[in-house]
Design a binder for this molecule. Structure first.
Ligand SMILES: [Zn+2]
Length: 340
């Protein structure tokens, strides 16, 4: 009997929970390739959405859980219990992805109450009240979804070079915005039970994700006499100035520590995958991040849009108002990730 086998069940459960991530983050590609689908004879009146695991080095929690379930019989049971019932949902492989593909990477189950699903969308976003999904239940029950806010377009360089969230409004009112509120509202229709939409910001130690530090002021002032005149001959105090690199590093660690502490104290949302930890950021903390301004503009745009929809008589579709939030993660992977 190994040491692990002799452990009491509650300790095994604790170990399992650590290994399998109770609040998991999953990354999926959603591909809506309408012209190709039509060319292959797919009916025009529905959308054939394909869900695939994230493209490179997928770090999704479901992979960790699949691995954890293979540890022993106890782990298998724990996974079964955690992933059983109403709260579990299979997202991969789903039609039209052939199930044989899952033999390579395993099938992806997500926990609807505990997990967050980060979507990389490619192709054309179209409201499901215009064209319903070919598989109407494929995304029901999903309550929380995230989109990553990156410097680069979320599209795929070769097949789908353009940003699917770009503005297609008649007047191109949000032409310069990275995410058009109307397109985001169309995207929400894929998830009939969505409660909260997050935008994810990666905080990089180097680069421009945190606003550049304001130049530090010299510590202390010039020595003065009792009348306030600068003493000409007194030794002036040494100016303590952080170098730019030091200031950046300090700002990074201050920001990460503050966000983590606030998230813990206020019981904000927390998720993890194989490589990173993700923390919900409060508005006052998020305000300090470089990408917050365009995201905040988008949030205002969405609130205005929903308000207008609610005020519109005979709107041909229901208004789906969701909560909006910001989640951050840090480019320094969590300590455990280096061991895995
Ligand atoms: Zn627009």
């Amino acid at each position: 009997m190994s040491f692990y086998e002799k452990l009491p069940a509650e300790l095994k459960l604790k170990i399992w929970k650590e290994a399998a991530y109770e609040h998991g983050m999953h990354h999926f590609r959603f591909i809506e390739d309408r012209y190709n689908d039509l060319a292959r004879g797919h009916p025009m009146n529905t959308q054939l959405l394909k869900i695939l695991p994230a493209q490179t080095a997928d770090k999704s929690a479901w992979r960790a859980r699949n691995n954890a379930s293979r540890m022993d019989a106890f782990s298998w049971d724990a996974v079964e219990k955690f992933m059983k019932g109403e709260a579990a949902k299979l997202l991969y492989p789903l039609y039209p992805v052939p199930s044989t593909r899952a033999n390579r990477s395993g099938s992806a189950m997500v926990h609807l109450d505990n997990d967050l699903i980060c979507v990389q969308f490619a192709g054309m976003i179209m409201a499901t009240w215009i064209r319903p999904l070919a598989l109407p239940d494929m995304l029901t029950g999903i309550k929380r979804v995230a989109l990553e806010y990156t410097e680069k377009g979320p599209g795929y360089s070769l097949l789908f070079p353009s940003n699917p969230f770009r503005c297609r409004c008649e007047d191109r009112a949000h032409r310069d915005d990275f995410f058009c509120p109307t397109t985001v509202d169309d995207f929400i229709t894929y998830f009939p039970d969505l409660e909260k939409l997050y935008f994810i910001i990666k905080i990089k130690q180097t680069g421009s994700i945190i606003p550049p530090p304001t130049p530090s002021l010299p510590v202390g002032g010039k020595k003065r006499d009792y009348e306030g005149n600068v003493k000409p001959n007194a030794r002036q105090p040494l100016k303590r100035r952080l170098t730019r690199a030091q200031a950046k590093k300090k700002l990074y660690s201050d920001t990460t520590e503050r966000i983590k502490a606030t998230a813990q104290r206020e019981n904000l949302a927390y998720y993890e995958d194989i490589k990173f930890e993700y923390f919900e950021a409060k508005e006052e903390d998020a305000e300090k991040l470089v990408f917050y301004e365009p995201i905040s503009t988008l949030f205002t745009g969405l609130e205005d849009l929903w308000q207008n929809q609610e005020a519109t008589q005979f709107l041909p579709h229901p208004v789906h108002r969701v909560a909006l939030g910001v989640i951050v993660y840090f480019d320094k992977p969590k300590p455990a990730a280096t061991k895995k």
